[in-house]
Unconditional design. Structure first.
Length: 207
């Protein structure tokens, strides 16, 4: 079983409003991210919420996923990763950590990361575009306890630096792996990519 943790707990201070609930195509930013995961080979999805948890849970209520509340979300992203890891079922062999504000990530990329994980003997698969690493990241759950107890200052980057020989870099076809949404201009960039008719950004129906 391969699971996904979607990080959706942030306060969106730089955006000026809750960015995950902004319109995106026929849905919202967070809805778009979750829909791509639902259409992929991922088996179970866990969305970690914090700020505006109730509104985000309501937005996703019709989708087949599990909401995990992170009461410690102001302490940073790693706290949300840890909440998600604690919620995973025992049979989960690997977990994809996805950003809730990265609506350009596609089902094809998600499936490619899973295929690379299954076909190789590496415990960490990370997408790369022009020598820059991005998200989502796929991790073996053998690193679960290590993440729960280490890397407070570095986050998942600390894990990758600690295990360079166990990292597989997968070339991504587009820079979307590097693009999250922090500022209004980032949101406009994502909307323009969607409006330009890029087939990879068209909304897919929810399972």
């Amino acid at each position: 079983m391969i699971c996904a943790i979607v990080l959706a707990a942030g306060e969106s201070r730089r955006m000026g409003s809750q960015k995950l609930l902004l319109p995106f195509g026929a849905t919202t930013v967070i809805g778009r991210v979750v829909d791509q995961l639902l259409q992929s080979v991922i088996d179970k999805i866990f969305v970690v919420t914090g700020h505006n948890a109730g509104k985000i849970a309501e937005e996703l209520s019709a989708r087949a996923l599990t909401i995990v509340d992170n009461p410690d979300y102001p302490s940073g992203m790693l706290s949300s990763v840890r909440c998600g890891l604690r919620a995973l079922p025992r049979e989960c062999q690997a977990v994809m950590v996805a950003l809730g504000d990265q609506p350009s990530i596609t089902t094809n990329l998600i499936d490619d990361l899973v295929q690379a994980f299954n076909m190789n003997h590496k415990g960490i698969v990370v997408p790369v575009f022009q020598n820059r690493r991005g998200h989502p990241i796929l991790l073996s759950t053998r690193y679960r306890d290590e993440i729960l107890s280490q890397y407070d200052g570095a986050g998942l980057r600390g894990l990758l630096h600690a295990h360079p020989d166990d990292v597989l870099e997968l070339a991504a076809p587009a820079p979307s792996i590097l693009s999250d949404m922090d500022y209004p201009e980032d949101y406009q960039r994502e909307l323009e990519a969607l409006g330009n008719g890029d087939a990879s950004l068209r909304n897919k129906p929810v399972k």
